[in-house]
Ligand binder design. Structure first.
Ligand code: CP3
Length: 356
């Protein structure tokens, strides 16, 4: 399938092969900073109605590609589709973030959870992947994604967003066996979910471990890393996913890059709290790296954005295996013009870097 792609820079960089210039895409590239996204969400009625409508999900997936020369598309969906399909009752209250009507509060609640049916409750996600692949028509590769088992557990146990996720962390200390049962069910669900996205046409798979960095090092290994490892191993022996590159992104886990690289993934997402030359040394050529401009830079003046983008690229240097991205998602108040400034600078400077 790679051969029929018009632009395979992103997949080549994931394999650490030479590329004409640095590929770039942005986490949350489809979203509230785009007026056309807000208009489509308005038409859909709500964020979940938008995500559950494959045609509209396709429309918003393609919106940023119409404005900017991005090198990858990412499925428009959310990480909380899995717990929603498990029956927890997801809603997004305006301005308050995600909430579950039935959070996981007991061992009995954990035991009631099963792996959702990918052709049932989650079929809308696979339908969206199929529609997007058709409409992309080989322009750029499509990234499928999931939350990590730990990050999904954070929302499921807390019942909502949080700064410190005290409830899931307490569960790990007070009832570790229950936490492990929950994480194992989630790891099997995440692997099945990513496998189904691969079967539907996703060309790379990304795992968002947004809250891995909340854990102390030993807890990170026990409750986050171990279950991402389980997911990567399941995908490696899966008919649909075995050939696809997997990107792991643990936010705030810069000290764990070497261990993350040993899971067998193709690439690691890196946040802005570590320099890319240090990150590259830590992973010792085992994986590609994706990142890591501080998202706050996107609110600065164009010349600052260009300068900071070049600094990120200089830090990585002229080596194979860099995919430019932000260190976390783009925020709603960013001027879309600044995204154009960034994307164009990455491509122009990437060519210069390679010319020496
Ligand atoms: O990157 C993309 O463009 C693809 C789509 C995508 C969304 N969410 C769309 C979305 C992806 C990859 C996600 C992942 C996601 N969702 C994560 C992990 C990545 C990260 O940012 O750390 C997490 C933690 C979530 C859970 C979630 N969903 C939160 C915290 C929120 C924000 C709530 C708010 O009101 O700010 C969402 C909603 C959400 N997911 C929006 C979008 C575009 C905004 C909803 C809206 O339109 O109002």
């Amino acid at each position: 399938m790679t051969a029929s792609l018009n632009n395979d820079r992103f997949l080549r960089a994931l394999r650490r092969e030479p590329v004409d210039t640095t590929p770039v895409w942005l986490m949350r590239q489809a979203g509230r900073y785009l007026p056309e996204y807000r208009a489509t969400r308005e038409r859909a009625g709500s964020f979940m109605a938008l995500a559950q409508n494959p045609e509209l999900a396709c429309e918003v997936t393609l919106q940023p590609l119409q404005r900017f020369e991005l090198d990858a598309a990412i499925l428009f969906s959310d990480i909380l589709t899995i717990p929603d399909a498990m029956g927890l009752g997801l809603s997004f209250a305006q301005g308050e973030g995600p909430q579950f009507a039935r959070p996981v509060r007991s061992a009995a609640a954990v035991d009631r959870l099963g792996v959702p049916d990918m052709d049932g409750e989650l079929r809308y996600v696979m339908d969206a992947v199929r529609v997007i692949r058709r409409e992309l028509d080989g322009r750029v590769p499509l990234i499928g994604f999931s939350g990590s088992p730990w990050t999904l557990a954070c929302y499921m146990v807390e019942g909502r967003g949080s700064r410190d996720f005290a409830a899931p962390k307490s569960l790990c200390w007070n009832e570790p066996a229950v936490a492990h049962r929950l994480l194992d069910t989630l790891a099997r669900s995440v692997a099945a979910y990513l496998s189904a996205q691969a079967a539907a046409g996703a060309q790379a798979l990304m795992v968002f471990d947004t809250w891995g960095g909340l854990l102390a090092p030993a807890s990170f290994r026990e409750f986050s890393l171990r279950y991402m490892q389980q997911v990567v191993e399941a995908l490696k022996s899966d008919t649909h996913a075995r050939e696809l590159p997997v990107i792991l992104f643990s936010k705030g886990a810069g000290q764990h890059l070497s261990a993350l690289a040993d899971t067998g993934c193709a690439a690691l997402g890196v946040d802005w709290t570590i320099d890319l030359d240090d990150a590259r040394r830590a992973v010792d050529g085992k994986v590609a790296l994706q990142g890591n401009l501080d998202p706050a830079v996107m609110r600065a003046a164009p010349e600052v954005i260009r300068r900071e983008a070049r600094a990120v690229m200089d830090s990585f240097g002229n080596h194979p295996g860099h995919i430019f991205n932000l260190g976390h998602g783009i925020t709603p108040e960013v001027d879309p013009e600044n995204v154009k400034v960034l994307v164009d600078e990455v491509h122009a400077y990437g060519r210069k870097l390679r010319a020496g």
